[in-house]
Design a protein around this ligand. Structure first.
Ligand code: NAD
Ligand code: TDX
Length: 339
């Protein structure tokens, strides 16, 4: 463990998105001395409402693009660290049009690393387990920090590229970079294009849930609050130049997750449609987070998936105004893809 780093002012990119906004709320709730500047372009995935309720003296919101080097020169000086969540994040969108993925995920990360180098600021890079490709269902292995990179989709290959840039900026320029690769998050404020909120909001709208392929693909679910506490542990106690995998031993296949949602929402086990599979669909992700737990003493708090799912369903029931305006367009787009 490195000497504890105690930032007073952090820039959070993508702080109006799902995981970024949950992280900002977590910091405001748990780290009283820290001021947060959120930098977010408010794409279709960003929502200023996600930051509602945060006191003005704790957060500054900057509406802007991470690719804008001149803007970064204005806001990065004076910050102690950049925590970089901003990305195009949805695999299905990356298959339909990879262009914004290359721009935001690769070029945007490059511009932020350059700003960190120029202004002497620490950098925490948020990434995904998808950079490691996939595992067979019967493989006893899980991903570790030593697993070779083998991304499958346009999304995951741009995330892998951004990880490589972050590693190079540490090794070549000595920028104090840490990297985390996390598994599938769930919880409040996740965009309804993603698996769990899509199915919950379908049921709330009277639309049948949609399952890709044979439904046996496995994802390793973690509650987004546990992702937040892990990122804070790595930012403040992690060793520059190191990568940490974040996961909470939450492997489940898609059909089991869907049936758990159906049951909790009063539907039958077969009240869903099988739809066209995702091209290149990764079979299984699984994280071994031993390094993070042993070296930094982190542990997940949300270990009861059923309880986390109940809370998430309740959040979507109670916040229809938040998701309803996007629902029709999201479903029309999926329908056009046969999904
Ligand atoms: P999201 O799509 O919900 O949010 C992304 C945010 O980034 C939005 O607020 C959007 O407006 C902003 N953004 C996009 N392009 C931008 C740009 N050019 N400049 C500034 N802001 C921009 O994504 P998410 O699911 O919250 O994911 C956040 C991060 O976590 C991503 O880096 C993603 O790769 C990573 N991650 C996600 C998961 C998951 O399960 N969702 C798992 C592991 C890692
Ligand atoms: O309607 C659906 N039906 C379905 O069966 C949708 C939207 C998805 N799926 C399947 C595909 C995946 O096997 O559910 C699983 C989860 O799908 P997504 O929510 O699209 O997530 P995934 O592709 O696993 O990627 C997520 O986790 C890793 C995030 O979107 C990424 O940003 C993160 O890096």
């Amino acid at each position: 463990m490195a000497d504890e780093f105690r930032p007073e002012h952090i820039i959070v990119t993508g702080g109006a998105g799902f995981i970024g906004s949950n992280f900002v709320h977590w910091v405001v709730d748990h780290q009283p001395g820290v001021h947060v500047t959120v930098l977010d372009a408010l794409t279709y995935a960003g929502n200023r409402e996600n930051l509602a309720g945060i006191p003005e003296d704790r957060m500054t919101f900057v509406h802007g693009d991470i690719c804008d080097a001149a803007l970064l020169d204005e806001i990065v000086p004076g910050a102690d660290a950049i925590v970089h969540f901003a990305a195009e994040s949805h695999n299905d969108n990356s298959i339909a049009d990879p262009t914004p993925f290359v721009r935001t995920n690769v070029e945007g990360t490059y511009q932020l690393l350059e700003a960190a180098r120029k202004h002497g600021v620490r950098f925490h890079h948020i990434s995904t387990d998808e950079v490691y490709g996939d595992l067979a269902l019967d493989d006893p292995a899980r991903f570790t920090e030593e697993t070779p990179y083998r991304p499958s989709s346009p999304y995951s290959s741009t995330k892998a590229s951004s990880d490589m840039l972050a590693r190079a900026w540490f090794r070549t320029y000595g920028v104090p970079v840490t990297i985390s690769n996390c598994s599938n998050n769930y919880g409040p404020r996740q965009h309804i294009e993603k698996f769990i909120p899509r199915q919950i909001t379908n049921i709330l709208c009277g639309i049948r849930p949609k399952l890709y392929g044979d439904g046996l693909n496995v994802r390793d679910w973690i509650h987004t609050e546990d992702h937040s506490s892990a990122v804070w542990a790595i930012l403040t106690r992690g060793v520059p130049g190191e990568t940490y995998l974040i996961g909470a031993d939450g492997e489940r296949n898609n059909i089991d997750v869907l049936r758990a949602i159906l049951e909790r929402m009063g539907k039958g086990a077969d009240d869903f449609d099988w739809v066209r599979d995702r091209p290149g669909h990764d079979r299984r992700y699984a994280i071994d987070s031993t390094k993070l737990r042993r070296e930094l003493g982190w542990q997940p708090a949300h270990t009861d998936f059923a309880e986390g799912l109940d809370d998430t369903i309740a959040w979507y029931r109670d916040n229809e105004d938040w998701w309803r305006p996007a629902k029709e367009a999201v479903e029309a787009r999926y329908a056009a893809q046969g999904q």
